[in-house]
Design a protein around this ligand. Structure first.
Ligand code: COA
Length: 177
């Protein structure tokens, strides 16, 4: 049996156990897998992608709704978590899932996509410092680690920078320490 190329795809209910196992293994703890469970239970995953090799799930990423104060119109999404199974990391799977997911976000008309994570890693997908738009994570000032992509394709108009905007993740994230 030859090795198949890795694929990325949307997920089905039957994938849930495999996804949770990968998220747990990637982070080496239960918290992020529990978060994914809470997001599913709240029907709060807008876009998700998994990576699969030879029918085995080896990666997962999710985009869920975020809110902004003062309010911003349009679809606003946060990318988290991103997980690739140990042993498959640094082989391009994370990048493939994120790029595929971002394409789906654009197709869904997302105006803004936020991420909190390693700036060097996420910069390669076009995430730019949110601070440049006077946008901040509501929990704390995460500096360069809080980044956004703004899609102007839907003619929402420029995001003004005259007042600071705070981004709130879905309540499912509240229990994440
Ligand atoms: C972070 C993670 C999702 C990246 O996925 P991946 O498939 O391993 O990464 P890719 O193969 O797409 O990208 C590899 C590149 O990213 C860099 N990279 C990978 N993980 C990185 C990290 N945590 N920080 C900074 N850079 C990282 C590598 O140096 C490599 O760079 P290069 O292409 O210049 O050599 C994966 O390593 C993972 O699951 N880590 C544990 C869980 C985690 O920390 N998730 C992110 C927080 S939500």
């Amino acid at each position: 049996m030859g090795t198949q190329n890795p694929i990325t795809r949307n997920i089905r209910d039957a994938d849930h156990d495999g996804v949770l196992a990968v998220v747990k293994a990637a982070f080496g703890q239960d918290d992020e897998a529990a978060l994914v469970g809470r997001l599913w239970a709240a029907d709060a995953v807008t876009i998700e992608r998994l990576a699969e090799i030879d029918g085995k799930i080896v990666g997962y990423c999710a985009f869920s709704p975020i809110t902004c104060t003062p309010e911003l119109d349009g679809v606003l999404l946060g990318l988290a978590p991103v997980a690739v199974a140990p042993g498959h990391q640094r082989t391009g799977l994370g990048s493939a899932m994120i790029e595929d997911g971002l394409k789906a976000c654009r197709e869904a008309g997302a105006r803004l996509i936020a991420v909190l994570g390693d700036p060097k890693y996420y910069a390669r997908f076009g995430f730019e410092p949110a601070a440049a738009k006077n946008i901040r994570w509501a929990e704390q000032d995460a500096g360069d680690a809080f980044r956004i992509i703004i899609n102007d394709d839907n003619h929402w108009g420029d995001i003004t920078t005259d007042e600071m905007r705070l981004i709130h993740y879905h309540p499912a994230f509240d229990a994440l320490s």
